[in-house]
Each structure stands twice: as structure tokens, then as C-alpha cells.
Design a protein around this ligand. Structure first.
Ligand code: ADP
Length: 320
């Protein structure tokens, strides 16, 4: 292994820059050359890459987004696209690629591995929907961003005795909704993993809490559940409380990564390069029970992540 490349792919997440920085610095420290690839797999297909130096990754550890830019690449999902990417690697003497992204990006890494390019994936997505790791890079920052936004919203909603229906990100996973819901004292949390009954789990809870004098309510909805505007109308009709829906959207993807995400990204970036140096390929590097470990990509993608139902029960018990 003499020369590697690093790319960021799929949805961006705060901490991607810290991971790129760690990959570049660990590679250079160990005598490897390292190329930065722009716009995910598109950069490999189009040859959009350049050599990285120690200074290429200065002043990025605290920045959200990704200096390498990211993209979704439909072309990479064709045999022709993969062959162009492999050709770029061969032409540039690239022996290994570190792919920073989510599960879709890891499928792409598998394809590259099959063509003889060593690949290591680093889990980086705000949704935390990758089962083999405790936390993905970006998740902690996204939760803190959403919590701060709710704190701001509640000041105004509380002053008006309103109910706020707040939709946070998480298409297939309710981790952000559950944890932010706990952190802001939501009366009800709706996630894609757990079935719910609007009358019993939302309306009845609001009415019961109102009887004890509560005058302001937060209902937390995961993106994968959706329907926040309709839910707000229904709550207003059934309870009489003025209710507004707020969908935070992509603002949760931005901002300065938290300390946890910067440290996690640094550890995983370093480990990804160590694995390439050890001759490994087709692996996902993760932190599990606070220990660095790695899994075969196929094995990692087959794992199912479940929501902590005890945490879900607790959240509803303490928020009436
Ligand atoms: P994420 O990595 O955040 O899950 P995507 O699912 O959009 O994001 O995947 C990012 C890119 O990875 C895609 O644009 C595509 O180039 C590649 N990719 C996704 N799924 C596959 C697949 N099944 N096989 C090969 N490449 C894939």
C-alpha cells in the first residue's frame, strides 16, 4: 500500500471533515500518499481528485459539511461507472480507498473491493441507522442542533400556551426523535419503529396532562412517520390547544460538529488507514461499546438496529 484516496459520499453529516483530516494525517504520518476525491463516487468516475498535504486539511476539524463535497452518483451504480472509477484508481496508482458515508456508500465500496481496490467504510450519517456501531459520525451534532432549536421554539410556544408538533430527521430510524424528545420533555414521541395510536398516545396524554395544569406540549415526530401538519390540525381540533407544526429539515445536518463527533471521526479516520496498512479490505470501521472494531461490509449491512424500547417507555413515563 503506497497511495490511498479518501472520499465523502451520500448525505453529508457534521464530522465528515474531521474524518477526512484524520485519514489524510494518519496516511501521511505512515508514509502513504493520499488523494482527496471530490463529490463522492462522481469524483472517481470523472478523475476529479488531487493530492492532499498536511495543510490541505488545516482548519476543517470544527467545520460542518465536507471540504471534499459529496454527491449521490447514479452512474456509479452501473457497471460502466464502476469500471471508470476502477480505471481512475489504476491510472493514479491508488491501492486503497476510504469511503466516508452511509450504507449506500458502503455498497459502492463493496463494488470497488470486488474489482481489487481495497476499501474501508467509515459510518457517517446523522440518522444513526447503521447497526454495527454505537453511534455514527454526525448523529450527536444533529441531536444537539435539534435540541437547541426546540429550546428556542419552546420559549415562544410556552408564552402562547401552544402545542408544538416538531418533526426531526430520521427516515428509517427514530433515534434523533427519541433522544431529543427525552431531552426536551416531549409528551409524545412518534418513531417509525414503534406502532402508535394517535388518540391514545397523543390526544389522551395531552388531555390528561392538561388536567394537572400543564399548558404547553411538545409532540416529537420522526421524519419517517411524517404527517406533522395533519397531526397538528387534529390535535388542535381534539384538544382545543392552538397547535403548530415545525419541520426542522436540513438545518439539522449543518453546524459545527460536537466534541463527541470530532473525537469519533478522528478515531475512525485513523483506524480506517491502519486497516488499509494491515492489508484489510471490504471492512467497516466502528466503535462498539467504546472499543474500536471492524466488520465485513456485508456482515455489517445485514445487522438490524433496534430502538431501545425501555428508553421509549421511560420517555413517556416521565413526561406526563
Ligand atoms: P448514504 O451513503 O448516505 O446511504 P446513498 O444511499 O445515497 O447515501 O448512497 C451514496 C452513493 O453510493 C450513491 O449515490 C451510489 O453512487 C452509491 N450506492 C448506493 N447504493 C448502492 C448500491 N446498492 N450499489 C452500489 N453503489 C451504491
Amino acid at each position: 500500500m503506497k497511495k490511498i484516496a479518501v472520499l465523502t459520499s451520500g448525505g453529508d453529516a457534521p464530522g465528515m471533515n474531521a474524518a477526512v483530516r484524520a485519514v489524510v494525517r494518519t496516511a501521511l504520518y505512515n508514509g502513504l500518499e493520499v488523494m482527496g476525491v471530490y463529490r463522492g463516487y462522481n469524483g472517481l468516475i470523472n478523475g476529479d481528485l488531487e493530492p492532499m498535504t498536511l495543510r490541505s486539511v488545516s482548519e476543517i476539524i470544527h467545520r460542518g459539511g465536507t471540504m471534499l463535497h459529496t454527491a449521490r452518483s447514479p452512474e456509479f451504480r452501473t457497471e460502466e461507472g464502476i469500471m471508470k472509477a476502477v480505471e481512475t484508481c489504476r491510472k493514479n496508482d491508488i491501492d486503497g480507498v476510504v469511503v466516508i458515508g452511509g450504507d449506500g456508500s458502503f455498497r459502492g465500496a463493496q463494488d470497488l473491493s470486488r474489482h481489487g481496490i481495497s476499501c474501508i467504510g467509515i459510518p457517517c450519517t446523522i440518522d444513526n441507522d447503521i447497526a454495527c456501531c454505537d453511534r455514527t459520525i454526525g448523529y450527536d451534532t444533529a441531536m444537539n442542533t435539534a435540541m437547541e432549536l426546540v429550546d428556542k421554539l419552546r420559549d415562544t410556544a410556552q408564552s402562547h400556551d401552544r402545542c408544538s408538533v416538531i418533526e426531526v430527521m430520521g427516515r428509517r430510524a427514530g433515534y434523533i426523535a427519541l433522544n431529543v424528545g427525552i431531552a426536551v420533555g416531549a409528551i409524545s414521541i412518534l418513531v417509525p419503529e414503534i406502532p402508535y395510536d394517535v388518540e391514545k398516545d397523543v390526544i389522551d396524554r395531552i388531555l390528561a396532562a392538561a388536567q394537572t395544569g400543564k399548558q404547553h406540549f411538545i409532540v416529537m415526530v420522526a421524519e419517517g412517520v411524517g404527517g406533522s401538519t395533519e397531526l397538528a390540525h387534529h390535535i388542535e381540533k381534539q384538544t382545543g390547544f392552538e397547535t403548530r407544526a415545525t419541520i426542522f429539515g436540513h438545518v439539522q445536518r449543518g453546524g459545527r460538529p460536537t466534541l463527541c463527533d470530532r473525537v469519533l471521526a478522528s478515531r475512525l479516520g485513523d483506524e480506517a488507514v491502519q486497516l488499509l496498512l494491515a492489508g484489510k479490505s471490504n471492512r467497516v470501521v466502528t466503535v462498539r461499546n467504546d472499543q474500536i472494531t471492524d466488520y465485513d461490509i456485508e456482515e455489517a449491512l445485514a445487522m438490524k438496529k433496534t430502538l431501545d424500547t425501555n428508553l421509549y417507555r421511560m420517555a413517556h413515563e416521565i413526561s406526563l
